[in-house]
Each structure stands twice: as C-alpha cells, then as structure tokens.
Design a protein around this ligand. Structure first.
Ligand code: ATP
Length: 283
C-alpha cells in the first residue's frame, strides 16, 4: 500500500497543525462559510450503468449532527461513502460533481484518500474491532501515523471520548472482540476519534444494537458533536428526530428531496413526498 501514512512524505491534504495548507491540500479552516465543513455540488453517482444518486447538492454544517434518512436503496450509504471516498474501493462506482471539504474538492488528483480518511473517519453498521486488545484497537491509527508519544494518555482520552473508559480501564489488554456489541461499537468510535478527525461518518451505527446500547450510542453522538461534525445514516426516523440538528431526506431514485433543520423536516416539511414518507404513507 502506498500512502502518505506509510511513506512519511508530506501530507497531501494538509497537516493538522497547519491552519491552511498552501500547496495542494485541504485546509483545516473553513474558507468560504464558517459553518460549512462539507459541501456537495451536483454529485451524481453511478454503479456501472445504474445511477444511484442524482445531482446532490448540500452543505453540511460543522460540529452539528446531520442525519440522512430515506427508504431502502435511495442512496444514503452511497452518499455517505462519497464523503470520504470509500466508494473508490468499488470498481464499478463512478462519482461526478464535487464534494468540498473546507473548500477543497476531495476528488482532486492531489488528495490522498488515505489521508482524507484521517480527517473524515467512518463507523459502520456492524461493530468491527480488530482482533486485538482494546488498547491496541485505539492505538492502531496513531501508531500508523507515528504519533506514539503519550500513547497511554491518548488511548485513555479516546476511550473517555467514546464513553467507554470506565467499563474497560481495568482490562485494556483483553481482546476487543470480548466486549458486548454496544461496547464494541463504542470501541470503534474510540478508534475513529483517536486520530483526531474533523468529521465522523456513521452508517446505521446502532442498528445492530439492543435498545439500551442504542440509547448510549445516541447520547454519545450528541456529545461527539461538541467536538466533531457527525453525519449519520439511519433507517430510524425517531432516531434522526432525537439526535440530529439537520436532516436530509433522500427518496427513491437517488434524489435529495429536502434538507433542512430537523424540527422543520418533521414538523413542517415543504415537500408532499417528504410528508408522506415521514408520516409512514410509504417507504
Ligand atoms: N457496490 C454496489 N454495486 C452496485 N450497486 C450498488 C452497490 N452499492 C449500492 N448499490 C446500489 O445503489 C443504490 C443505492 O444503494 P445504497 O446502499 O446507497 O442505498 P441506501 O439508501 O443506503 O439503502 P439501505 O437503507 O437499504 O442501506 C441501490 O440501488 C443499490 O442496489
């Protein structure tokens, strides 16, 4: 694997220490609107001949929770994966249009997706800890980046940030796979935040969990949005209403039909199709 991580060469999306990367990369400060961290501009996505997303434009605000809802197959996960170029790994997938992260198009040739994913991390539906100790799961990304100083403290901070520290502090060197599903998901969140991302993408992070573990994850997401921008795909409209500041409603055909403050989407949607969807008339 060739990447800036492994080679130790200059970080092509800007170092976290710099405010603005002057060469080719992404800045760490919003350059246009102070509250927009990610902006999609006319994004079309195709899998082979099939179009999954049509002309998606939206501005994702910094340090808020943005939820993406809609019926199965409408393209929510596809859009989420576009935001940190996870779709690059799918051969038949083609993304047209632009997605800017702090004003820089992440699809530009000079952006290294590996480095991008440090800024824009991801948590998946199924908790997927590495078959390593709790400690090593959290330390993994930091070690890859060579950021090994004060490792114990960084691991502790990430576990605290993921509301898991108290439950695991006496067994840091046992396997992450021995934790409950909800704990494993919080471990994956600790792993994601350890490398100090700016955006965390979550694809149905609680759908494999019981109600208590789900409530813990929901509380955690609200906490995380103090420090991070969270973008979450959920099937669960109540969850979107509970935890998000903004909601994007995708509907069949890969259209973004409405994007607004969550209260407005649920209380006074502008589109009849959105109203029909959230009142359960279809989907
Ligand atoms: N790897 C892939 N290869 C080909 N087509 C795909 C691939 N991933 C998704 N699709 C297609 O793209 C469309 C959007 O899928 P996507 O998973 O993004 O929707 P979704 O809204 O997240 O659905 P769900 O809520 O069921 O997860 C669907 O028609 C799906 O079949």
């Amino acid at each position: 694997m060739t990447s800036a991580d492994d080679s130790g060469t200059a970080d092509p999306v800007g170092s976290t220490e710099s405010v603005v990367d002057t060469s080719s990369g992404l800045s760490d400060r919003a350059t246009t609107r102070s509250d927009t961290i990610v902006e999609a501009k006319g994004v079309d996505v195709f899998y082979g001949e099939d179009q999954a997303l049509q002309d998606i434009s939206m501005e994702i605000p910094e340090k808020q929770v943005t939820a993406m809802i809609g019926p199965s197959g409408c393209g929510k996960s596809t859009f989420l994966r576009c935001i940190n170029r996870m779709n690059d790994q799918i051969d038949v997938c083609r993304v047209d249009g632009e997605i800017e992260f702090r004003g820089k198009n992440i699809y530009d040739d000079d952006v290294d997706p590996v480095v991008l994913r440090r800024r824009i991390g991801m948590v998946f539906q199924q908790p997927n800890p590495f078959p390593k100790s709790i400690y090593d799961n959290v330390a993994y990304g930091l070690k890859i980046q060579g950021k090994t100083e004060d490792m114990d403290q960084k691991v502790e901070n990430a576990l605290k940030g993921a509301a898991l520290w108290d439950e695991v502090k006496d067994k840091l060197h046992t396997s992450g796979l021995d934790l409950s599903g909800g704990q494993q998901q919080r471990l994956c969140i600790a792993r994601a935040i350890a490398v100090d991302p700016q955006v965390i993408l979550m694809d149905e992070p609680a759908s494999a969990l019981d109600p208590i573990a789900t409530a813990q994850i929901e509380d955690l997401i609200e906490e995380l949005s103090r420090d991070f921008t969270v973008v979450i795909v959920t099937h669960n409209m109540q969850q979107a209403a509970r935890i998000s500041d903004k909601t994007a409603v995708f509907l069949t055909g890969g259209e973004l039909v409405e994007f607004d403050d969550t209260n407005r989407i649920f209380e006074n949607p502008q589109s009849q199709r959105v109203e029909d969807y959230i009142t359960g008339k279809f989907g």
